[in-house]
Design a protein around this ligand. Structure first.
Ligand SMILES: [Zn+2]
Length: 78
C-alpha cells in the first residue's frame, strides 16, 4: 500500500544535526512502515536530512499522524 502525504506539510526551517556538524535541511523522504505483516510505504514525508551524515529527522506530529493512519488501515482490513 502506498500513501502520499500532502506537500503542504513541508518543514520550512533548517536545524543543526545532532550527530555531526552538518545542517539538516528540509527534504521529502520515503519510508516503509511495517505493522502486523503489512507494509505501508509513505512518500513525501517531510523530514530534515543532514547534508553531511544523511541522518533524517522526521517531524513528531507527522509520525503520529502516519501511525494513526496505519492503525486505522490495519483495523479496517483485519
Ligand atoms: Zn549529520
Amino acid at each position: 500500500m502506498v500513501f502520499s502525504l500532502p506537500f503542504s506539510l513541508m518543514i520550512n526551517k533548517e536545524d543543526y544535526c545532532e550527530f555531526c556538524d552538518g545542517i539538516a535541511k528540509p527534504t521529502l523522504v520515503t519510508r516503509t512502515f511495517e505493522r502486523h505483516g503489512q507494509k505501508f510505504e509513505y512518500k513525501n514525508i517531510p523530514a530534515l536530512v543532514c547534508n553531511k551524515c544523511g541522518e533524517a529527522y522526521l517531524d513528531g506530529e507527522t509520525v503520529i499522524k502516519i501511525e494513526r493512519e496505519i492503525a486505522e488501515e490495519v483495523f479496517a482490513t483485519a
